[in-house]
Structures are given as structure tokens and as C-alpha cells.
Design a protein around this ligand. Structure first.
Ligand code: SF4
Ligand code: SF4
Length: 139
């Protein structure tokens, strides 16, 4: 019997696909346990979902193939937080607030601030503290 794994995904739904019963089918037809932990519909009625799916590798792959039949963009890193490389002044204000060290001083000499997206836990603190609005989230 195949082992269950959990995968984090971010789905972006253009306006026309917001009503699609995608989660229902992932659960019912693809045997996946779905844990939605962030969702938003923008004023333009585009939708964002951050979710975990748990199931066998095969069921997850089949579920993703099913999602791809819709006009839905899948971000398999599940990350909604981005940093604008050009907008960042490397002031360092975010570094002390980042609990996971995703934002860190990469060079003691230049004080360059780097961002390791893999480490980000999406607490959104950097967005609140960045004076230059260099950090942003789909949420
Ligand atoms: S969202 Fe939180 S964890 Fe992610 S980079 Fe910003 S402060 Fe760090
Ligand atoms: S607070 Fe903003 S401008 Fe300053 S280092 Fe962090 S991301 Fe860059």
C-alpha cells in the first residue's frame, strides 16, 4: 500500500473559474484530504487558495491533472509571499521580525538582505514592517 504524503499548493482562479467545484472533486474523486488554510477572492473576483492535500503520490498527481483541466494556475511551492528584488533597499528592517530566518543578512560586508522562499512560513510580518513595500502577498 502506498504511503500518504502531504503537498502544499497555491491555486489561482481567474474570475471565470471561481465557482468551479474543484475541492469537492479532489476529495470525492481523488481520495485526497484537503486542508484549506487561506483563501481570498479579490474585488475583481479572482480567487486564491492555499491548501494542503494529503494522499498517495498517485492520487495527488491525478488530482493535479484534474485541476489542470481548468483554467487554474498551480503554484506547487504554495508560497504567496514575494519580495520585489528591485524595490528592496536592504535596510534590514524585516530581518529581525522574520521568525523563520527566511529573510536574512546574506553578507556581513555588504549587509545585503536575501530571501529564502523555502523557509517562509507566511506569517506576513515582513509585509507589515517593510517601509518600502518590497514584500507582498497574494493574500
Ligand atoms: S512572511 Fe514571515 S516568514 Fe515569510 S519572509 Fe515574511 S517575515 Fe519571514
Ligand atoms: S524591510 Fe523591505 S526594504 Fe528593508 S530589507 Fe526587508 S524587504 Fe528589503
Amino acid at each position: 500500500m502506498s504511503e500518504n504524503v502531504t503537498k502544499k499548493l497555491m491555486l489561482f482562479f481567474p474570475q471565470c473559474e471561481c465557482e468551479a467545484p474543484i475541492i469537492y472533486h479532489l476529495v470525492k474523486d481523488h481520495n485526497l484530504v484537503v486542508n484549506v488554510f487561506r483563501a481570498k477572492v479579490t474585488p475583481d473576483e479572482e480567487g486564491y487558495l492555499v491548501l494542503d492535500v494529503t494522499g498517495t503520490e498517485e492520487d495527488i498527481q491525478n488530482g493535479l491533472d484534474f485541476v489542470k483541466t481548468y483554467d487554474v494556475t498551480i503554484n506547487e511551492t504554495g508560497k504567496g509571499v514575494t519580495r520585489d528584488q528591485d524595490g528592496c533597499t536592504h535596510c534590514g528592517a524585516c530581518v529581525v521580525h522574520c521568525p523563520s530566518k527566511a529573510l536574512y543578512i546574506a553578507s556581513g560586508a555588504t549587509r545585503e538582505v536575501a530571501y529564502n522562499e523555502e523557509q517562509c512560513i507566511e506569517c506576513l510580518k515582513c509585509i507589515r514592517v517593510c517601509p518600502y513595500a518590497a514584500c507582498a502577498s497574494a493574500f
